[in-house]
Ligand binder design. Structure first.
Ligand code: SF4
Length: 220
């Protein structure tokens, strides 16, 4: 039975400071292994065949670190191909899609890709396990990869819902710690883990802690 409240922020899936501290110090011989959304890695796997122009400095630092191995994966590309129609979760978040209470549907033709995306997301979890990934850094807001908030139906409506997309939900239920490129507090701690010269920014905050997040969801 599902245990996640319908609109909970899944902060229990974020790598905590204590959890990060408990990881062995990564070396080139025994690196930190990170599952990453393909578009964030640089794959041209976005809906329009681009990578959304992502350039997140702390994430980029991971890509350069000699003691980090990144495993990129794009679940939508597996499920739908690239380019593709814009898909969103409708009727709930990724947990709800997994439990049959919501659907993963395209905006134009209204095609339901729920089953295909769940299968691709399970493939993503297997890739993480097969490669020994200790955590996942995923692209925020995506109906597949989003971790703490995603669009609530059509993007033109510009409304959001708490909770993860479908792939993130599969990874979380599979026991993988997940964060997005907007979780700056956690990224700072992780980067300090892989680079002992890096001092974490004490002002950095995770996405769910930001004022926009708190204010927006307080009204819904
Ligand atoms: S499904 Fe994930 S990896 Fe693929 S384009 Fe969307 S956010 Fe990026």
């Amino acid at each position: 039975m599902p245990t996640e409240p319908r609109h909970a922020v899944p902060t229990e899936y974020l790598p905590s400071a204590e959890w990060i501290a408990s990881l062995p110090d990564p070396t080139p011989e025994a690196p930190l292994k990170v599952l990453m959304s393909g578009c964030m890695f640089g794959w041209m796997c976005g809906v329009n065949g681009d990578n959304y122009g992502g350039n997140w400095p702390t994430v980029q630092a991971f890509l350069q670190a000699p003691n980090v191995v990144v495993v990129p994966f794009c679940p939508e590309q597996i499920a739908m191909g690239t380019p593709r129609e814009m898909p969103n979760c409708e009727g709930g978040n990724g947990f709800d899609v997994l439990d049959g209470r919501a659907r993963f549907v395209t905006e134009e033709s209204r095609t339901d890709y729920s089953a295909e995306l769940i299968a691709a997301s399970e493939q993503m979890l297997r890739a993480a396990r097969d490669n020994g990934c200790q955590l996942a850094i995923l692209t925020s807001i995506s109906g597949a990869c989003g971790t703490d908030a995603i669009y609530d139906g059509l993007r033109a409506h510009k409304t959001y819902q708490k909770g993860p997309g479908v792939a993130a939900a599969v990874l979380m239920r599979g026991g993988l710690r997940c964060l997005s490129q907007r979780d700056m507090r956690t990224l700072e701690l992780l980067y300090a883990k892989v680079d002992s010269d890096h001092v974490p920014d004490p002002e950095a905050r995770d996405a769910w802690e930001l004022e926009w997040y708190q204010t927006y969801f307080a009204k819904r």
